[in-house]
Ligand binder design. Structure first.
Ligand code: ADP
Ligand code: MG
Length: 281
């Protein structure tokens, strides 16, 4: 679905005479492969290059060096732009900047309408998409009456209505309260499992990473860790050095193991820890 090969991205700042005054290497030789239908999580401290990388998948940015393919299409080729944007939809942090319609169902219909989809099919897609994120009963409501989590689900429905193969969520849960985050994550997991939509979930909430097929951790523009959630979360000290928190239950299990209890590493859920502790008696 996505192949990123030796990607380098430099932000180049120039003065009025076009002289280069500053170069910032935001992505530094990244290689990533994502298969169709995978749920991939991308972690990293602020400024590690996650958003810059994400913008390459949607052809908002072009490589300084290296190549990005989305659904087999090279993002550097201008003729692919429209198809790439349709293949890979983005959801951003602030739901208020993404909702334009004054009624939920209208808002979700904008994307397909812009694509020139016939009216009847637009309504069909609006219904499917709102149902997929659990917002169908709010279709006649004004988006500004909704909670943050609900707004973000409407934004996701707007992307889903364009039938993308892949959805990139760039800290789409960052501004939500815990229940809003859960709502959004549930909707995203359902899209992944039921509709087989490929998901790239950028977050710094570790709890949201547990269900990913694959996790990439970025630091200073590079991918510094890569693996299944359980492998990543058994490397507690490395994560802490990268200023990332591990899930609370993983941290507790790690501390207990360190103090001598025979507990396996990479515990991800409370149930698993309870099971391990029961074996200790
Ligand atoms: P993240 O999403 O992980 O917080 P970003 O991709 O936003 O990281 O930023 C990576 C680095 O690139 C940071 O050092 C940031 O300051 C810099 N950066 C991001 N956007 C720009 C820009 N438009 N111009 C110059 N530097 C930028
Ligand atoms: Mg970012």
């Amino acid at each position: 679905m996505i192949k990123i090969k030796n990607l380098i991205h430099e932000y180049i700042r120039r003065d009025e005479e076009e002289n280069v005054v500053d170069i910032k290497k935001a992505v530094d030789n990244v290689n990533i492969d994502v298969k169709p239908g995978e749920f991939v999580a991308l972690l990293g401290h602020n400024g590690s290059g996650k958003s810059t990388l994400a913008k390459h998948i949607n052809a908002i940015l072009y490589p300084t060096e290296g190549t990005v393919w989305v659904n087999g299409m090279n993002t550097s080729a201008e003729e692919n732009l429209w198809q790439i944007r349709q293949s890979a939809g983005m959801v951003f942090q602030n739901p208020d900047n993404q909702i334009i319609g004054s009624v939920v169902e209208e808002d979700v219909g904008f994307g397909p309408e812009n694509m020139g989809i016939p009216t009847e099919e637009i309504w069909q897609r609006v219904e499917e998409s709102l149902k997929a994120v659990g917002m169908w009963q709010y279709r006649k409501k004004s988006p500004n009456k909704l909670s943050g989590g609900q707004k973000q689900r409407v934004a996701i429905a707007g992307v889903v209505a364009m039938h993308p193969k892949c959805i990139i969520l760039d800290e789409a849960t960052a501004m939500l309260d815990p229940s809003g985050r859960k709502e959004v994550l549930r909707a995203v997991r359902a899209l992944n499992q039921v509709e087989k939509v490929t998901i790239i979930h950028i977050t710094h909430y570790m709890e949201e990473v547990i269900y990913a097929d694959k996790v990439f951790v970025m630091d200073k523009g590079s991918v510094v860790m890569e693996g299944a959630p359980r492998e990543i979360f058994s490397r507690v000290e490395e994560l802490q050095k990268l200023r990332l928190d591990v899930p609370q239950v993983t941290q507790l299990a790690y501390e207990l193991k360190k103090s001598g209890l025979p507990i396996k590493s990479g515990i991800l859920t409370v149930e698993e820890l309870v099971e391990e502790l029961c074996k200790c008696r």
